[in-house]
Write a protein of this length. Structure first.
Length: 145
C-alpha cells in the first residue's frame, strides 16, 4: 500500500460513525412501577445496543426503574405489569399428575405474569421459587432456594 494513502485510509476508518437506528426514548420522566402509555415514549435516533427499537416493546409495560425524559429505554428497564408485590400474601399452587396442593406464601419480590418470584411458604418457612400466572397465583415446580 502507498504510504500517502495510509493516513487517508486511517481517517476514513476512524471517522466512520456507526449507523443510527430508531430507538425508544422517554418523552417525560416515568417513575418506577408506572405503566407506560403511548404518550410517555417517542422514537428517536441513536446507536446504542440493548435499547428498545419499537414502541410496542414498551407501551403497556411497567417501568422497573425511573426512566428520564430524553433518554433511551433499555429492554431490561421495562417488564410485564406486576401482579404480585413484595410482602403480598399469595397462593402457592403445586400440581403434578393428579395431585394438587395449595398453600399460603409471602412474596419476597415484585413480579408480573410469566416472571419467576421467590416466595416464603408460610407453613414451612421454606423459600420457594415459582412463576406468576395470569391470576397472581404462584405456580411451583418444586425448586427450592
Amino acid at each position: 500500500m502507498n504510504r500517502r494513502a495510509l493516513p487517508a485510509l486511517v481517517l476514513l476508518v476512524l471517522g466512520a460513525a456507526p449507523a443510527a437506528a430508531e430507538m425508544v426514548m422517554a418523552a417525560r420522566t416515568i417513575r418506577a412501577q408506572s405503566v407506560i402509555g403511548p404518550g410517555d415514549v417517542t422514537l428517536g435516533e441513536g446507536d446504542a445496543g440493548g435499547i428498545a427499537a419499537d414502541l410496542d416493546e414498551v407501551v403497556g409495560k411497567e417501568a422497573r426503574v425511573t426512566l428520564y425524559a430524553g433518554r433511551p429505554v433499555r429492554r431490561g428497564d421495562v417488564g410485564e405489569p406486576a401482579l404480585v408485590d413484595r410482602n403480598q400474601i399469595v397462593t402457592l399452587s403445586f400440581r403434578q399428575g393428579g395431585l394438587s396442593i395449595q398453600a399460603d406464601g409471602r412474596a419476597l419480590d415484585r413480579a408480573g405474569a410469566g416472571e419467576r418470584v421467590r416466595v416464603m411458604n408460610l407453613g414451612s418457612r421454606n423459600i420457594i421459587v415459582g412463576e406468576v400466572d395470569e391470576t397472581g397465583s404462584i405456580i411451583v415446580n418444586g425448586t427450592y432456594r
